[in-house]
Design a protein around this ligand. Sequence first.
Ligand code: G3H
Ligand code: 13P
Ligand code: ZN
Length: 330
Amino acid sequence: MVHYTELGLVNSRELFKKAIEGKYAIPAFNFNNMEQLQAIISACVETKSPVILQVSSGARKYANQTLLRYMAQGAVEYAKELGYNIPIVLHLDHGDSFELCKSCIESGFSSVMIDGSHLPYEENIALTKQVVEYAHQFDVTVEGELGVLAGIEDEVVAEHHTYTDPDQVVDFVTRTNVDSLAISIGTSHGATKFKPEQCTRDENGILIPPPLRFDILEEVEKRIPGFPIVLHGASSVPHEYVEKINKYGGALKDAIGVPEDQLRKAATSAVCKINIDSDGRLAMTAAVREVFATKPAEFDPRKYLGPARDELKKLYMHKTVNVLGSAGKA
Ligand code: G3H
Ligand code: 13P
Ligand code: ZN
């Protein structure tokens, strides 16, 4: 067992408290490889933003759990080397079992999500409570979820949103003793969050999706004032990345994300953690495709992963400064 404090990591409790008071949100960026981690850390150090490094169970399978843990430990040292000791949380994204959460806690994670949102309500409570009781012995913070996002989440696919029911939140947080709550208000995972027929078009022909269900968020806030809320599926799917990917041979159809002004608005509420993965995937893919298409003789991975890393860093800096408002809060 290695405790996260030995790795220089922090849990999310204090960060969320400050974020709610200061009306901003902490970025939760997923990583699977070195370039993504370098981009996240250098962007957050440069903008002096706290950060949550998210590891999904898919990432653990892809990159190896031990390597990822040491990479997170390395990230703490890397941040110091870059000149600023930002708070870094290592978080399990969408944990689906007690055993997975326990294994992450034992290997140095400072925060875990137990996602029982697909389960019947009482089963979600029982599983979340079991994880919280274990995690709190080590002062590891736990995120639970109520309501189901449409789209793909690891291996689970949901056709439709099941919005969070505000009538359940008091009972859920008191009975589970969870530290933060992910809710469903109209976002979904991936690059196709809305169907074109749900959208209108602006003067440039760009699809504008329907607004998020801020009415549900407000109801939740009324029931549990000051309680940390988490927004999943919060990528904006920047139009320029989609265009670049398609220009250089990609085939992304109807890619539509959450407009940044809506995320900005959410960040000023009790939403204190905003999850972003797909935008990073798009930034990397656009940069790599451009190199492959314009410099076909290149075969050194540094020549395409380097530009991908630069683009990612730019994206993450933009998020902390202009969207989440976490820049300068470390
Ligand atoms: O919620 C999903 C995250 O974007 C992680 O995705 O399971 O493909 O690593 P992944
Ligand atoms: P996106 O697919 O919108 O980036 O959402 C990521 C996420 O919620 C990870 O848990
Ligand atoms: Zn998610």
